[in-house]
Write a protein that binds this ligand. Structure first.
Ligand code: UDP
Length: 328
């Protein structure tokens, strides 16, 4: 397939582009490089530097060649910033997706895989979370993504878009060969920060909250390896049906606490990681774990990385070979 990938220079996007290129797809990456890294883009993919608000550029690109499908990763993804700057998030995540969908409709492109999030569930009624859990996001980030899911559902009904929303749990890890990995600025995610503490790039890891109603008092998350996410996207795009909207959780179905992640990182690195216990981070639900049975039934996908130690090992390999990230 010829696939147009927005945000293909970002963390999850670049791993998906790699998977697509290595399974014989023809990929064009569209990225404004505000968060992404040019050198994260697979050499076989063509690259266009552009912003999704640029409808003329989208129209020209779609008129120039026939795309079979779009994979849409481009978005802002810091929950905390979304609370402080909600309009920026509605513009980047929701309004720019509207531009993309309008350009797709005009060009007759009717297949899209969308990078959604478990943040659309808010504080879930039931854990593990199935896709029919009510979607009541508790921050602007989750709301901007849920608004896109609604646009996709309505577009499926109205003009035959075939769309699949993949609701990620905690994307983590790095390509097994250490060639690409996570490089955010600023970094806010647990696993890279724990590894920064292991190499002394920061003095310790802060544990946000130790009084949650969980077995060890710290938050539980479902860490899903980025290469597993990539495989799920490839399967989803190959199975899209025009006029149908579907949504799937992407997780392992197994949760790990913050303390368990730190312990895994100590085993992987062989180093003692200094820990400081601090207050809860606002907006963190105690436990988010996927029920990933729907995607197994529908697409035959399940996570291959289910042990947190294996996931952390890939992130560690990436960090050791790229201590300063992509250095761009
Ligand atoms: N966390 C932590 N210390 C940190 C960063 C994160 O204790 O320095 C916790 C956070 O409260 C959450 C879990 O680690 O419970 C995963 O956080 P992350 O930011 O990686 O992902 P999120 O769950 O927010 O998408």
């Amino acid at each position: 397939m010829r696939i147009f990938v927005t945000g293909g220079a970002g963390y999850v996007g670049s791993h998906c582009v790699r998977e697509l290129c290595e399974t014989g797809h023809d990929v064009v990456v569209f990225d404004n490089l505000s968060e992404g890294h040019r050198s994260a883009v697979h050499p076989k993919a063509r690259f266009i530097e552009g912003d999704l608000s640029d409808k003329a550029l989208l129209a020209k690109t779609f008129a120039g060649e026939r795309f079979d499908a779009v994979m849409h990763f481009a978005a802002s993804a810091y929950v905390g910033v979304s609370v402080l700057e909600p309009l920026k998030y509605y513009r980047n995540n929701t309004a720019n997706t509207l531009c993309l969908l309008e350009a797709m409709q005009e060009a007759g492109i009717r297949r899209l895989v969308f990078s959604s999030t478990c943040a659309t569930y808010g504080v879930p009624e039931r854990v593990p979370i199935t896709e029919d859990n009510p979607q009541n996001p508790i921050n602007p980030y989750g709301r901007t993504k849920l608004a896109v899911e609604w646009m996709l559902q309505d577009s499926a009904r109205a003009w035959g878009l075939g769309a699949c929303a993949l609701r990620y749990f905690n994307a983590s890890g790095a390509a097994a060969d250490g060639s690409i990995g996570e490089d955010h600025d600023p970094e806010t995610h647990l696993i890279p920060l724990v590894l920064f503490a292991a190499i002394g790039r920061q003095p310790n890891i802060q544990v946000f909250g130790t009084d949650y109603p969980t077995p060890d008092g710290t938050c539980i998350r479902d860490y899903i390896h980025v290469d597993d996410l990539a495989a799920a996207h490839r399967v989803a795009i190959e199975k899209l049906q025009e006029g149908v909207f579907s949504a799937y959780n992407l997780g392992t179905g197994r949760g790990y606490s913050v303390r368990e992640v730190i312990a895994a990182a100590e085993r992987v690195t062989g180093r003692k990681i200094p820990v400081v216990q601090t207050a809860r981070r606002p907006g963190d639900p105690p436990a988010l774990v996927a029920d990933a049975s729907k995607v197994l039934d529908a697409l035959g996908w399940k996570a291959r990385y289910t042990d947190i130690e294996d996931i952390v090992r890939t992130a560690w390999r990436w960090m050791q070979s790229h201590p300063n990230g992509f250095e761009e």
